[in-house]
Design a protein around this ligand. Structure first.
Ligand SMILES: O=C(O)CCC(=O)C(=O)O
Length: 297
């Protein structure tokens, strides 16, 4: 059987320190992406909300209107930075996420844009599960006060390498999405995400490792760096997890780039040893990935 990952792939996860100055954030994006490309990365990932601090109060101010594509330059500087730097870096670029505004419906989304090495937009994922939680005395957050949810599972293809499942932060807590992407043939699940200093130590690594263990694929979690002066304290700890659920590389809370060399043989070896993928009992429970999954809006 053909490998899910057609050739080895060097991946870079950029744990960026995003502040209040959007132009400064975008210039930092440019320099970090080029640094990662110079180190040989062919797929580069940015964190959730890389053009702004993270928080409901910031979404409208930093939002960009990206439809129809391509958007005018002055309307969508983040879109254009991603497109041009992907081209300059000659790498695939998963642009973490930015707040998106759709004027027709007056709705905001938390949206991840993916660009090819030619600078073309090849995928977009709108966060499907909004981060609405309330842990008394610890953290209360309600993205749905401002944001609307996306309505699809996102899988995109890098023709020379293979398929990737893409979702954002809180989406990682819903294993169905990961399972569907893996069943459709993804070799890697990518989650730009900004857990915090309460839920980060509880679940960040556990979620990443669990999605890898269940699906026997690589998993990448990419966080902003922690800023103790910001209203939201991101957990950091950007990490890459192997198909056997081992942490391959992990940042601390500061700005950093972590790298990993992904190999299809590692997925095959994991699945050969513990062949979950051929042992599933779809006669006992249905395969959700061949059911009524929505891939396009
Ligand atoms: O699930 C969590 O604990 C954190 C989620 C989050 O911060 C987000 O969705 O942005």
């Amino acid at each position: 059987m053909a490998s899910l990952l057609k050739q080895p792939l060097k991946l870079a996860l950029v744990q960026l320190a995003a502040g209040a100055d959007k132009a400064a954030n975008l210039s930092q994006v440019r320099s970090k992406v080029l640094e990662a490309a110079k180190a040989g990365a062919k797929l580069i990932v940015l964190p959730e909300c890389f053009n702004s601090p993270y928080g409901c109060q910031y979404f409208p101010k930093y939002a960009e209107t990206i439809l129809p594509t391509p958007p005018p330059k002055d309307q969508a500087p983040s879109w254009h930075t991603l497109s041009s730097v992907a081209m300059e870096a000659k790498a695939y670029l998963i642009g973490g996420s930015i707040p998106e505004f759709v004027p027709d419906t007056k709705k905001y989304y938390n949206t991840s844009l993916v660009f090819s090495p030619a600078g073309n937009l090849i995928a977009a994922h709108r966060k499907t599960h909004l981060f609405d939680i309330d842990i008394p005395g610890k953290i209360k957050f309600k993205e749905s006060d401002v944001l609307s949810p996306g309505n699809k599972v996102t899988i995109f293809d890098m023709p020379e390498y293979g398929q990737i499942g893409l979702a954002i932060c809180y989406d990682v807590r819903f294993p169905e999405v990961a399972t569907i992407a893996a069943r459709k043939g993804a070799f890697l699940l990518v989650y730009p995400g900004a857990f915090n200093t309460t839920t980060g130590p509880m679940h960040w690594s556990l979620q990443g490792r669990a999605r890898a263990m269940d699906n026997q694929v690589y998993v990448a979690l990419c966080s902003p760096a922690r800023d103790m002066d910001a209203s939201y304290h991101a957990w950091g700890h950007t990490m890459l997890v192997s198909p056997n659920a081992e942490v391959i590389a992990e940042a601390d809370e500061k700005e950093a780039i972590i790298y990993g060399e992904l190999e299809g043989a590692k997925i095959e070896e994991t699945r050969k040893g513990i062949p979950l993928n051929t042992q599933r009992r779809f006669d006992v429970y249905p395969d959700v990935s061949v059911g009524t999954v929505r891939f396009e809006e």
